[in-house]
Design a protein around this ligand. Structure first.
Ligand SMILES: NC(=O)c1ccc[n+]([C@@H]2O[C@H](COP(=O)([O-])OP(=O)(O)OC[C@H]3O[C@@H](n4cnc5c(N)ncnc54)[C@H](OP(=O)(O)O)[C@@H]3O)[C@@H](O)[C@H]2O)c1
Length: 248
């Protein structure tokens, strides 16, 4: 990335939710490399601390459970009070619940939606008022290819991804007047523990035409959508899926 790109991040404050995960972690590292202060959230305090140590003084940890609205609101208020603003919000959380439709329970579906779509609703609801106050905000919601291309074992996650893309589009229209841009990044298979879990649960072997992606491929797309290089883009869902599976 060039110096002009760095200017968009230097001194800015980014809240990365799901930073203890593979894609959120890579995104937090990429943001810090461009000069942003990164606030790392998730539930696993050890993983958050390890990442913060790797990143250095630009990183701080803020453990939250995004299933708990009061914890999310308190966290957003804390970041805004400490730093004076929240410039960037990256939502990159999920739980790995895979299985045949008839075997999945209400609890499975609720867990998935709480960790993803409803979790994103909570962080967005807590963060957007601070962005309105600043008349500046850039948000990326990580959704997933399963939101457009259903998978037999991933219908709860895929449904949550589709809901995230729709939420992103709707909010982008509502908050554009406050200089808040909101986009989604929709990854295909990315080399990560989550992909390994999906493959273990029987995900079909046919991969993308460009092969599996890496967490940095997603991080690069997120940073592009947070940067001013994408100044005319809001409400988009950028597919980072290696072109998807080949034609039969
Ligand atoms: N990896 C892929 O191939 C792939 C493909 C398509 C889409 N995606 C999407 O990309 C995003 C990131 O995926 P990933 O591979 O990085 O997944 P991951 O490694 O499993 O990370 C998931 C993150 O979500 C957090 N999380 C889950 N429940 C939470 C809760 N209740 N409160 C707070 N944090 C919570 C986890 O934090 P704690 O464990 O610390 O709570 C972790 O940081 C997800 O939305 C996923 O659906 C991934």
């Amino acid at each position: 990335m060039t110096d002009g790109f760095t200017r968009d991040f230097d001194g800015r404050v980014a809240w990365v939710v799901g930073a203890s995960g593979a894609l959120g972690g890579a995104t937090a590292q990429a943001l810090a490399r461009q000069g942003a202060t990164v606030v790392l959230s998730g539930r696993n305090t050890d993983a958050l601390k390890a990442l913060a140590e790797e990143i250095g003084p630009q990183a701080e940890t803020l453990p939250i459970d995004i299933a708990d609205d009061s914890s999310v609101r308190a966290a957003a208020d804390l970041v805004a009070a400490k730093h004076g603003r929240i410039d960037f919000l990256v939502n990159s959380s999920s739980v790995s619940v895979f299985g045949d439709f008839l075997s999945l329970t209400d609890e499975d579906w609720l867990n998935v939606f709480n960790a993803k779509h409803l979790g994103y609703v909570r962080t967005l609801r807590a963060t957007i008022p601070h962005m309105i106050a600043a008349q500046f905000g850039r948000i990326v919601n990580v959704s997933g290819r399963g939101g457009q291309h259903p998978s037999r074992i991933h219908l709860p996650g895929g449904s949550a991804n589709a809901a995230v893309d729709l939420l992103t589009k709707g909010l982008s229209k509502i908050y554009a007047e406050h200089n808040i841009r909101i986009n989604a990044v929709s990854p295909g298979p990315i080399r990560s523990p989550r992909l390994a879990a999906m493959q273990g649960a029987g995900r079909p072997a046919k991969g993308p035409v460009l092969g599996d992606g890496q967490p940095d491929d997603v991080a690069d797309a997120v940073l592009y959508l947070l940067s001013e290089r994408s100044r005319f883009i809001t409400g988009a869902a950028l597919q980072v899926d290696g072109g998807g599976p080949g034609l039969g």
